[in-house]
Design a protein around this ligand. Structure first.
Ligand code: ADP
Length: 639
């Protein structure tokens, strides 16, 4: 039946009623496409609006950040201005290095953060020629001991720190030359205590400690010297620092490099001083670069003095960097990133011309900032669209199926009308012919007439049965068939129904074999209805096993049920039809192949009747081997 549809030429689909299915399919296709398109469009618009909102939010955030950065710079500038008047307490400023520049002054705070700085040339004038006699003894005469004595006298006579330092360093040198190392060490130790004095521009203490390390060869002492250098204990220029650092490293036996951050800061400070020297503006700011690292210099000035803060931009702007919602970066005129991280595809840019800041600002929306409401709305939209599409498809599928079934039923109905008409026609024809013959008195002999009467009775009975069966089925379908249940034994019912077939069996030479149950099989049933059901099954078994003499009827009690089985060795039923045969008007391929007459309502009626008894009908069959139909009924009470 389905195969017939598939193999149908395409033109057939365009004719009613199949065109209904085609129209349904097209309408569904168009509506689903329209809905999907509409859903996609709305979603797209939602996305656009969302993107626009995100852009607006970003613009707003950008404005906010730019204003805050500006505020921080202003505030920092003001702070530097106050430091110009009153320098900060020890250890301040924390965020960087304060450089103070005066006519004859270059200083930095906190002092211990700057490894080296430009220094004024050493003022050696006071010492010029002060030790020339001693040096003459030391260098020209080679009289170290006499030179020692000379320097000692000089030392004793000196009150001035610089003079004492000058004398001590020379005395220690002469003692070393004379091989009097113990005394030389004592002289250096003494030199180390002459605070504030310098020897050839180098702090006396540093000179002494370096010499002492050399004399003792003590690595720990050298390491301590190294640490003091790293703590910027002395004010040195770059050359002095480099020399003493390398000496300390050599004497300590390590190759420790200058700590990176301090080296960079010292280098930046050197640049800052150059910058301040070349730029005479009273206020200003600039970004300096040391080894690819940015430093920010901001200065304020007045009355021949200037104060400048040298700091890492990151230290200054850290709190703003973390401000939520956006990620941003600042880059200088050469597009080097000063602070933050420049991510690809930045959405908003604020130039220096717009912000009057020293940097261009780049803003991108931080990851995952699409607001949860929008995401939920979009998800909801997708869900609604998908559900509607599914609903539409499912609806169309079920409508399609129903239409198809209806088409099938109407086809089967017309088959049914044809089949029933045929069933009626043959008995009616013989009744008409026989009654005509009898009426016209053309039948000679009493025996013959009797035979005709018998035939008339048989044919009218057949017709009556047929009409009753159809009426019965109609009543069942309409649900108005009344059942009258009573307690009875399955054996008596089966035997009675089978007995009805006796004349037919006799004339055809076939027989129905009974396989009786040894036990009683009580059932609660409407005997008339159940007889109709059983008669149908036996009739089918005989109809669909042409050429086979026997069909079997068996009944037995099985777990609170009574089973009545009708078995044949006939044509069998293909797997694909085993459910369909219980539908009304359905006629199987076996029926068509064997040219068996029928209406297709028999099994549908059996199913109705068995269901009304609270039982079940089932079939086991193998094409070519035969079929067994089983009526399973709830067992009644034994009396
Ligand atoms: P019909 O009037 O066609 O016999 P039924 O409802 O009794 O109508 O049966 C429906 C179909 O089931 C039949 O057309 C036939 O194809 C199949 N069928 C019923 N009983 C048998 C059987 N014993 N052996 C093979 N096919 C059967």
């Amino acid at each position: 039946m389905y195969n017939r549809d598939i193999m149908m030429p395409p033109g057939e689909w365009l004719k009613p009623p199949r065109s209904l299915l085609l129209i349904l399919f097209l309408v569904t296709l168009v509506s689903v496409s329209a809905l999907a398109w509409f859903g996609w469009k709305v979603l797209y618009q939602e996305r656009m609006i969302d993107a626009q909102r995100a852009q607006e939010r970003l613009e707003q955030a950008a404005g906010g950040v730019a204003a805050t950065v500006k505020g921080v710079l202003l505030e920092t500038g003001e702070k530097v201005g106050t430091w110009l008047l009153s320098p900060p307490a020890d250890g301040k400023p924390e965020e960087g290095l304060l450089l103070l520049v005066g006519p004859n002054e270059l200083s930095a705070r906190p002092v211990n953060r700057l490894l080296y700085r430009p220094l004024p040339p050493p003022d050696e004038d006071i010492l010029r020629g002060a030790f020339s006699d001693g040096e003459a003894l030391e260098f020209q005469g080679g009289e170290s001991d006499q030179a020692v004595e000379w320097y000692r006298r000089r030392l004793a006579a000196s009150k001035d720190e610089a003079m004492r330092a000058g004398a001590l360093v020379r005395l220690a040198r002469a003692l070393r030359k004379a091989g009097r190392l113990q005394e030389a060490r004592a002289a250096y130790t003494q030199l180390a205590t002459v605070s504030g004095a310098s020897v050839a521009g180098v702090p006396a203490e540093l000179v002494a400690r370096h010499a002492l390390c050399e004399l003792s060869g003590d690595r720990e002492e050298a390491t301590a010297l190294q640490n003091d250098l790293a703590r910027a204990r002395w004010q040195l220029d770059r050359g002095q620092f480099a020399f003493y650092w390398s000496e300390a490293a050599r004497l300590a036996g390590n190759q420790k490099a200058v700590p990176d951050d301090l080296a960079a800061l010292a280098e930046a400070a050197a640049q800052a001083w150059d910058e301040l020297a070349s730029d005479q503006n009273l206020t200003g700011q600039n970004t300096l670069w040391v080894d690819g690292q940015p430093f920010f210099l901001i200065w304020r000035g007045g009355a021949g003095h200037r104060a400048a803060l040298l700091t890492r931009p990151e230290a200054m702007l850290r709190p703003i960097l973390a401000s939520g919602g956006v990620s941003w970066a600042a880059a200088d005129a050469e597009d080097r990133v000063v602070v933050g991280r420049k991510t690809a595809g930045h959405a908003v840019v604020r130039t220096t011309a717009e912000t009057h800041l020293p940097w261009t600002l780049y803003f991108t929306a931080a990851q995952g900032t699409t607001d949860a409401g929008t995401v939920a709305r979009q998800r909801f939209l997708v869900l609604v669209t998908v559900l509607t599409v599914l609903f539409l498809i499912a609806g169309a599928y079920f409508i399609g199926r129903a239409v198809r079934r209806d088409l099938e039923v109407s086809r089967m109905q017309s088959d049914f009308v044809a089949a029933v008409s045929h069933e009626f026609r043959s008995p009616l024809t013989s009744i008409r012919q026989l009654s005509e013959l009898l009426a016209e008195g053309r039948v000679p002999g009493q025996d013959r007439r009797q035979m005709y009467y018998d035939t008339l009775v048989r044919e009218t009975t057949r017709l009556q049965r047929l009409v009753e069966a159809l009426l019965n089925f109609g009543r069942m379908e309409a649900g108005v068939r009344k059942y009258r249940f009573e307690e009875l034994d399955a054996a008596s019912l089966v035997e009675r129904v089978v007995a009805e077939f006796a004349p037919q069996m006799e004339s055809s030479g076939r027989h129905i074999e009974l396989e009786a149950s040894p036990a009683l099989c009580p059932i609660d049933a409407d005997p008339e209805a159940l007889s109709v059901a059983l008669r149908n099954l036996v009739d089918n078994a005989l109809k669909y096993s042409p050429g086979r003499p026997t069909v079997w009827v068996q009944w037995a009690a099985e777990n609170a049920h009574v089973a009545i089985r009708v078995r044949d060795r006939g044509v069998g039923i293909p797997q694909s039809e085993r459910r369909a045969i219980f539908r009304k008007f359905f006629r199987g391929t076996a029926a068509a192949a064997a040219n068996v007459k029928g209406s297709g309502v028999g099994l549908a009626m059996v199913r109705h009747i068995v269901a009304a008894h609270g039982g079940e009908i089932s079939v086991v069959s193998e094409p070519g081997e035969g079929s067994t139909f089983t009526i399973l009924l709830p067992a009644g009470e034994e009396k």
